[in-house]
Design a protein around this ligand. Structure first.
Ligand code: AMP
Length: 297
C-alpha cells in the first residue's frame, strides 16, 4: 500500500503498476472517513481491476457550509488501513493546493435540471460544479479504466455519468448498490454524529423508502400519493414515539436518469429523501419498479 500526494506521483505509480502487468486500474474517489459503504466500492473495484486506487480528498468547492467542511471527519491513517484491507494498492491523498494550485480558474459545469433540483437546490449551484470539477480532475489524473460511485448519492452518480459522457473521458462509471447497516440505515460518514436516540429516529428514512417501494410494487403510480406515504412514514404516524424529530427536506419521485420530477410513474423511477435529524443531514434513495403486467391484463 502506497500513499501518494501529488498528481505526478500518482501517474508514476500507475505507470509502474501497468508496467508490472496491471491490465486495468479501478478508481474509488472518496472524501475519507471510510466505512463499510466505501469498502463495498473498493471490493467491487478489486473484483474487476488489477490495480485499485482510492482517493481521499475533502473537496472544499463542493461544500456549501464552511462549518460542515470544518467538521468533516479526517482520519487518514485509519482510512489507509481500511482501504488496504479492502484491497486498494494505492491511495491518492492530495492537498488542496495540489488540486487547486494558485491561479486555478477552471470549473466543469453540468447543466440543469440534473444539477439544480434537490441536492443542487439545497446545496447551491456550486455544489455539483465542485463535484464535477474534482471528479474530472481525478479521472484525468489517473485515467482509470473504471471508477466506482455509490448509488447512495444517486444524483451525484448521474452528474458524474453525464460529465464523463459529455467530456469523452475514457473511464467507465460503475454505480454500486447502497450499503446499509443491519437496521436498514444507509451507511454514511455522518452517522457517527447521530446520538442513539437520533439514530432510532433516522430509521424512519429507510422505512419511508420501503413503504414507497412496496406501494409501487402493488401498482401505485401517483407520485403525489407516493410522496404522502413517505411523509406519513417520516412523521412516524404509525409509531409516533420513534418518528418525531425528523425534519424532511425533500421527498423526490423522479426519473432515475435526468432527475426530472414525475407526476405519474410509467417505468422505472427513483424515490430520494433528504432529512435532518438534529443537525445531521441524511440522504437516501431507492429505485422503484412497477409490477410486471400479468398475462391477460
Ligand atoms: P464520500 O466519501 O461520502 O464522498 O463518498 C465516496 C463514495 O462512496 C461516493 O461514490 C458515495 O456514493 C459512496 N458511498 C458513500 N456511502 C455509501 C454507501 N452507504 N453505500 C454505497 N456507496 C456509498
Amino acid at each position: 500500500m502506497r500513499i501518494v500526494r501529488t498528481i505526478r506521483e500518482l501517474q508514476a505509480s500507475i505507470r509502474e503498476a501497468r508496467a508490472a502487468g496491471a491490465a486495468s486500474v479501478g478508481m474509488v474517489p472518496t472524501m475519507g472517513a471510510l466505512h463499510e459503504g466505501h469498502l463495498s466500492l473498493v471490493r467491487a473495484a478489486r473484483a474487476e481491476n488489477d490495480c485499485v486506487v482510492l482517493s481521499i480528498f475533502v473537496n472544499p468547492t463542493q461544500f456549501d457550509e464552511s462549518a460542515d467542511l470544518a467538521a468533516y471527519p479526517r482520519q487518514e491513517a485509519q482510512d489507509a488501513a481500511l482501504a488496504e484491507q479492502g484491497g486498494a494498492q494505492l491511495i491518492f491523498a492530495p492537498s488542496v493546493a495540489e488540486m487547486y494550485p494558485s491561479g486555478y480558474a477552471t470549473t466543469v459545469h453540468v447543466e440543469s435540471p440534473l444539477t439544480t433540483l434537490f441536492e443542487g437546490a439545497r446545496r447551491g449551484s456550486a455544489h455539483f460544479d465542485g463535484v464535477a470539477t474534482v471528479v474530472a480532475k481525478l479521472l484525468l489524473a489517473a485515467l482509470p479504466e473504471r471508477a466506482y460511485f455509490g448509488q447512495k448519492d444517486a444524483q451525484q452518480l448521474r452528474v458524474v455519468q453525464r460529465m464523463v459522457a459529455d467530456l469523452g473521458i475514457p473511464t467507465r462509471i460503475v454505480g454500486c448498490p447502497t450499503s446499509r447497516d443491519e437496521d436498514g440505515l444507509a451507511r454514511s460518514s455522518r452517522n457517527v454524529r447521530l446520538s442513539a436516540d437520533q439514530r432510532q429516529r433516522a430509521l424512519a428514512i429507510p422505512r419511508a423508502l420501503v413503504a414507497v417501494q412496496e406501494a409501487v410494487a402493488e401498482g401505485e403510480t401517483d407520485a403525489a400519493l407516493l410522496r404522502s406515504i413517505a411523509l406519513a412514514a417520516l412523521a412516524g404516524s404509525s409509531s409516533p414515539e420513534v418518528g418525531v424529530g425528523i425534519d424532511p427536506e425533500y421527498i423526490a419521485i423522479v426519473d432515475p436518469d435526468g432527475f426530472e420530477p414525475l407526476d405519474t410513474l410509467t417505468g422505472e423511477a427513483l424515490c430520494a429523501i433528504a432529512a435532518r435529524v438534529g443537525d445531521v443531514r441524511l440522504i437516501d434513495n431507492v429505485l422503484l419498479h412497477l409490477p410486471k403486467p400479468t398475462k391477460g391484463s
